[in-house]
Design a protein around this ligand. Structure first.
Ligand code: ADP
Ligand code: MG
Length: 305
């Protein structure tokens, strides 16, 4: 089945007061993928996710969730998506089990189909099922938000900065859960994150938005190779000082005595870098190249002009 889990066309949002948070986004998210939505602070990520979740009203455009048009079929489109919001908006007077019951009621999940115990176990809250939300730690509240997003067994799960400011243990638990939901149930996952290495590791496909507009949309692998930033690392025959920077080649000396040359493949050849090294009288014992990482892609696409 090749199908889009989400289809967005011409999506615009202008907040009261005039802030244009989304300036016409077209985007499709393939079913079954783990999809990363990246962008600097204020880019419009949460606005987009909150529109998908039905929490923010769009100004213009079309949103389809699992084939259901958000305007024509609001009930079906809402049932297909579960959202773990960025904000910790929990009612302090509910217990985790109570919160899941309320959520299940809101989504019309019949009592017989409710899987509260299974979901609480999955997020590691089985021991806290009867504790009041106000007594839960920040990490536990985040887990409860994930649990709530899963109550109606949505086809699409959206996580808005799920690991911002959480400890390593919780982060690992979250990613394990996300991988399992994607692998075992074929759930489509959309996530935003600040941690680019996380996106690189988790996401099959990535969209980058900046100032409310889409600036990149590709497989993670393609994004990484399309970039022309290169690093060549040279180990000299014997200890020596680094050759100088040029306009096109930036030189860093590393702690292990190797030199890292950063350059752009489109304007500088590897041969030119080697020539620069030889011209400095340096004999080369070993040489290797390093791949650009998502950080480089991200910076080159979102650098403010
Ligand atoms: P991100 O999640 O990528 O950091 P947001 O979607 O939260 O970005 O915000 C996009 C822009 O819209 C920002 O400039 C933000 O200040 C503005 N914004 C977000 N929510 C509101 C709101 N409720 N009212 C007015 N402006 C808002
Ligand atoms: Mg946000």
């Amino acid at each position: 089945m090749t199908q889009d889990a989400i289809r967005i066309a011409g999506l615009k949002k202008t907040y009261p007061g005039g802030k244009e948070a989304l300036k016409g986004i077209d985007l499709a998210v393939p079913a079954g993928s783990v999809f990363g939505l990246l962008g600097p602070n204020g880019a419009g990520k949460s606005t987009m996710i909150n529109i998908l979740a039905g929490l923010v009203l769009k100004t213009a455009g079309k949103v389809e969730i699992w084939g259901w048009d958000q305007d024509a079929n609001p009930r079906q489109s809402r049932a297909a998506i579960g959202v773990m919001p960025q904000e910790l908006n929990l009612d302090p007077f509910f217990t985790p089990r109570g919160a899941l019951d309320v959520q299940a009621g809101l989504y019309g999940v019949p009592k017989a189909d409710r899987r509260s115990d299974e979901i609480l176990r999955m997020v590691g809250l089985e021991d806290k099922a009867e504790a009041y939300a106000r007594t839960l730690s920040g990490g536990m509240r985040r887990r409860l938000l994930l649990a709530k997003a899963l109550v109606h067994a949505p086809q699409v799960l959206v996580l808005d900065e799920p690991t911002a400011g959480v400890d390593i243990e919780l982060r690992q638990m979250l990613w394990e859960n996300v991988r399992k939901l994607n692998r075992d149930r074929g759930m489509t996952i959309i996530l935003t994150t600040h941690y680019l290495e996380e996106a690189e590791e988790m996401c099959d496909e990535i969209a980058i938005i900046n100032h409310g507009a889409l600036v990149a949309r590709d497989s993670t692998a393609n994004l990484l190779t399309q970039l022309d930033a290169r690093t060549m690392v040279i180990e000299p025959e014997s200890a020596c000082s680094a050759p100088p920077d040029t306009d096109a080649i930036k030189v860093d000396t590393r702690a292990d005595g190797t030199f890292a040359f950063s350059y752009r493949a489109r304007e500088t050849s590897a041969e030119a870098v080697l020539e620069h090294v030889r011209a400095a009288g340096i004999r080369i014992r070993d040489v290797r190249t390093e791949q650009a990482d998502l950080q480089d892609v991200f910076l080159s696409l979102t650098r403010s002009r």
